[in-house]
Design a protein around this ligand. Structure first.
Ligand code: FAD
Ligand code: SF4
Length: 533
């Protein structure tokens, strides 16, 4: 793929190729580094604009900057010339375009080589580099994904509806992962999700994931982040993310050995005081580029073939990476930039302040938000069925909710955050990502967790002072969108149940929902202000 062509005066002499490596491209196999010549220069720049276009969690910024510094050192060890611009360099222009232009001049570069970025806004920026520098810009494919964007486009082009399950099967066929023969999945079925819905059994103690104590470089970055971004959301104290390819490989190995066997069974479970359960905690490493998704899938498959992990766990894990992760990226690039602007359910309510402070009596939300503040992490069901579900039921503005999800997680990048939040959690895309809204009452949270036991609200009550807000909000949501949802066969059951309910009860629930939502408004957070507790 070729970017902006040279304009303005041509350069006098052919200098080195300037190879630009972005913060989430810390990968040995990066296409921008293909054919690296002895005179070439790799540019890596820590720029403020990337740290602040949303006010990322402090751990996310520290993770990216530390991964960049370690990757630069790794390249230098290979003999590569790296021009590294630090955040506190007084000459730093603090934009990517500014640093690319400065470096192009400094090195009298002949051309700019880079890899397709993860985010749409960065691609727009990259497309301007040619004009700004007068140099040819080559934007190469990001091969760190299994499915190319062209292949996804071709797959999507043949379908009325984009369903992850069918895409996933195609990826299984293409890679041969967990396949017996070309069209024969191992175990006789593609998907073992029905085995993966257990609540955490009594006496089961999830093994703590491997954490990585910050080395001197990471400590220096943490001090920089604390100094430069003091009012960004979250705390740095518990920082333990992998920041090198070796750390990431160790994190994967630890997961496969100790948590993968129960990953499937407890994938949807939530538990008070257990922020990570049997999850892998590898999304941050995958997304920053220090772990390859193919390696993660291959390690899980090996464990199954060696009899060390059951098929429901291994298939579930591979589906998340080979299926969901690739699929959401495909949807993002297929639908952007219009995707972000949709608001199919016309949700306009402001984000309540407790999304930043964690100060709420709703125990499930409190647990998800406070662990997010401390760890920059919550697992999928907390993101989807607690914070996401509440935002959906309460009709929170998708733009504000998307911004929150972009701010709060160490693994947040728009290509993966947006389809998950805007599409899967909020149904704001009108059903591109999910065939029905992931709306649920308190009964779901009670079934999958122990949060309700210690909650100020009664999960069995749908009206009255102690009624669980998820209950009256759920029925208010179904009633509010009855006409729209009536066209969706997958919503027939809740709509039938609503129609059979005592109208007085429905009215009472809807009245309570209205007062609850009105009260939320007064505690709404100022737009875009991620704050510490
Ligand atoms: P595990 O549960 O152990 O899963 C293994 C891996 O599968 C993950 O590391 C991830 O790479 C992949 N994966 C699982 N589910 C998904 C999914 N739905 N989409 C893409 N990849 C998936 N993931 C991000 O990487 N960044 C985000 O910003 C992000 N935002 C999300 C927002 C919402 C509202 C929701 C519902 C999900 C979001 N996810 C996001 C997906 C998922 O929740 C995280 O990838 C996962 O929780 C990361 O933790 P883990 O590594 O322990 O994952
Ligand atoms: Fe959450 Fe309702 Fe359970 Fe409280 S009772 S933890 S608000 S689901």
């Amino acid at each position: 793929m070729r970017g902006g062509s040279a304009r303005g005066a041509p350069r006098e002499a052919a200098g080195p190729n300037l190879r630009v490596v972005l913060g989430d491209q810390c990968s040995d196999t990066l296409s921008a580094l293909d054919g690296l010549g002895p005179d070439d220069v790799v540019l890596m720049a820590e720029v403020r604009a990337e740290c602040t276009y949303v006010r990322h969690h402090k751990q996310k910024i520290a993770l990216v900057l530390s991964a960049m510094r370690h990757f630069a050192a790794r390249l230098r060890q290979r003999g590569v010339t790296v021009d590294y611009v630090t955040l506190d360099d007084p000459a730093n222009t603090h934009t990517l375009a500014g640093e690319v232009a400065r470096a192009a001049g400094r090195h009298r570069a002949a051309c700019i080589l880079c890899t397709h970025p993860g985010e749409w806004r960065v691609l727009q920026d990259m497309r301007g580099w040619g004009e700004a520098t007068g140099l040819p810009v080559e934007i190469r494919e990001d091969r760190r994904f299994v499915c190319t964007l062209d292949r996804f486009r071709a797959w999507a082009g043949t379908r009325k509806q984009l369903r992850m399950e069918f895409f996933y099967r195609e990826m299984r066929r293409a890679t041969g992962l967990l396949m017996e023969a070309p069209d024969q999945p191992v175990g006789g079925q593609w998907n073992f999700d029905q085995d993966n819905r257990e609540r955490l059994a009594k006496g089961v103690v999830p093994p703590a994931p491997l954490r990585f104590p910050p080395d001197a470089e990471t400590q220096a970055v943490m001090a920089l982040v604390a100094r430069e971004f003091p009012d960004h959301f979250g705390t740095l104290d518990a920082f333990g993310w992998p920041v090198t390819a070796e750390d990431a490989a160790a994190a994967l190995e630890d997961f496969v050995a100790h948590r993968l066997p129960d990953f499937g069974t407890y994938q949807d479970a939530m538990a008070e005081g257990e922020p990570t359960l049997f999850h892998a905690l590898i999304a941050a490493a995958l997304n920053v580029g220090i772990l390859d998704p193919r390696d993660a899938c291959a390690a899980a498959e090996r464990a199954w073939r060696a009899g060390e992990a059951p098929l429901n766990a291994v298939e579930g894990f591979i589906r998340q990476i080979l299926g969901w992760r690739e699929y959401v990226r495909g949807v993002y690039w297929l639908r952007m930039p219009e995707y972000r602007a949709t608001n199919a359910l016309e949700a306009r309510r402001r984000l309540p302040w407790f999304y930043w402070s964690g100060e709420t009596e709703m125990a499930c939300l409190r647990a998800a938000i406070t662990q997010t503040r401390d760890l920059a992490y919550a697992h999928h069901i907390q993101r989807l069925m607690v914070t996401g579900n509440f935002a959906l039921l309460a009709g929170l503005d998708p733009a504000e909710v998307n911004e929150w999800y972009m701010v709060v997680y160490a693994d947040a990048y728009e290509w993966v955050e947006l389809p998950n939040t805007h599409g899967m959690a909020l149904h704001a895309d009108g059903g591109v990502m999910a065939s029905k809204p992931y709306a649920a009452s308190g009964a779901y949270i009670n079934r999958m967790s122990d949060h309700c036991r210690g909650c100020a609200f009664d999960v069995k009550a749908a009206t009255g002072a102690r009624a669980c807000p998820f209950n009256f909000l759920y029925w208010d949501f179904v009633a509010r969108h009855a006409e729209r949802l009536g066209k969706n066969p997958r919503m027939a059951m809740p709509l039938r149940t609503l129609a059979r309910m005592d109208p007085q009860k429905v009215r009472a629930m809807r009245d309570q929902a209205r007062s609850f939502l009105d009260a939320l408004e007064t505690g709404a957070a100022p737009a875009g202000q991620g704050r510490l507790l």
